[in-house]
Write a new protein. Structure first.
Length: 356
């Protein structure tokens, strides 16, 4: 019998399936500036959405921190114990000075934000199934597997969200991961290596980290991109392969790893996609999922420039304006008038969803 978890308690009915907590943001004596990652990115996305009147604090689902017991659904005890060594965390997060901090400080200032984002992804998995879609404004730690972290990823939130659904939610027995971060998602690939219930599509720059040849064997649809790939080629490949993936394997949940490190000028991604290209990419994925009545869980993953927060917010606003985000299968309370759907095809989408 699965352990009891607070992550699957029902959020208030008036909430949108957008998951966030102020605890996501990593701020500690400027150490976060030593990594190219914008460690306050998640809060900035929420602030942009508030400015545009799409959401308000009382309408988003507050993420809760994943407990050790939650993490052990996937992680080995040995791995979790390793995180009690500051040196190990410094290696995983690629912030060398972390090695010299007392571990209780590392737990509170670095790992707690990552555990809270991980809890957010697990919560968003159930919300997506209940409501047709969900967005965790953080998460997407796709380089972490059950017993190994790396690339700023200390917990395997994608694997956890899927395993939680398989174990706890009736009728969820097949999952598709569409990973469009600029880097190969070797963590979830290793975790689901021999699991026929999980179909992985991964599009990434073939020349950059992690170059994990073993993990590549788990990818069912592999799209290896060249340095400097631009919008037209990228969007055509995404469209073709997303449609192909969903035609080939009908999942009960789609986990979409929506990294913004494909953006032109990203110091780590090496691709050249415009902000408009990223917004369009996310639209392609949501359209493909919603038209088939497949619940979609989006996580934000990598993105190492100051402007990525604005792009993520613009993408969510675009999905809303097109009617690709909606109330989902269960009423979500009255909310505020600014949250009403504006798209014309949304009613059709939702009648399709209701028939599932």
């Amino acid at each position: 019998r699965p352990h009891r978890t607070e992550l699957y308690e029902e959020p208030p009915s008036g909430c949108w399936p957008i998951v966030y907590s102020p605890d996501y943001n990593i701020t500690f004596m400027g150490l976060e500036k030593l990594h190219p990652f914008d460690a306050g990115k998640w809060g900035k996305v929420i602030n942009f959405l508030k400015e545009e009147k799409l959401i308000a604090d009382d309408l988003i689902v507050q993420a809760r921190e994943a407990t050790d017991e939650d993490l052990l659904v996937v992680h080995t005890r040995r791995y979790l114990n390793k995180l009690k060594w500051s040196f190990v965390v410094a290696t995983i997060t690629e912030i060398p000075p972390v090695a010299f901090l007392p571990n209780f400080v590392v737990q509170r200032k670095v790992l707690k934000p990552l555990r809270t984002q991980t809890g957010g992804t697990i919560m968003a998995g159930k919300l997506a199934v209940d409501r047709g879609w969900a967005i965790n404004v953080g998460g997407g730690f796709h380089h972490c597997s059950s017993d190994k972290g790396g690339g700023f990823c200390a917990y395997a939130d994608i694997t956890l969200a899927i395993k939680f659904l398989f174990e706890r939610v009736q009728g969820v027995s097949r999952a598709t991961i569409i990973d469009l971060d600029a880097h190969q998602g070797n963590g979830h690939e290793r975790d689901f290596m021999d699991d026929p219930r999980v179909y992985i599509m991964d599009a990434y720059n073939r020349y950059i980290y992690p170059g994990d040849g073993f993990a590549k064997r788990a990818i069912r649809r592999r799209v290896e991109l060249e340095w400097g790939t631009e919008d037209s080629e990228y969007l055509q490949k995404v469209q073709t392969h997303v449609e192909g993936a969903l035609n080939e394997f009908r999942p009960d949940i789609l986990v979409y790893n929506a990294g913004t490190d494909v953006l032109d000028g990203d110091p780590l991604g090496g691709l050249a996609i415009s902000p408009q290209g990223i917004v369009k990419r996310d639209e392609v994925v949501f359209r493909a999922a919603r038209s088939r009545g497949v619940p979609v869980l989006m996580v934000t993953s990598g993105g190492y420039q100051k402007r990525t927060a604005r792009i993520i917010a613009d993408s969510i606003l675009n999905l809303h304006s097109l009617g690709l985000l909606g109330r989902g299968r269960t009423a979500c309370g009255l909310g505020s008038p600014s949250l009403e759907r504006t798209g014309t095809d949304s009613a059709k989408d939702f009648s399709n969803l209701a028939l599932q």
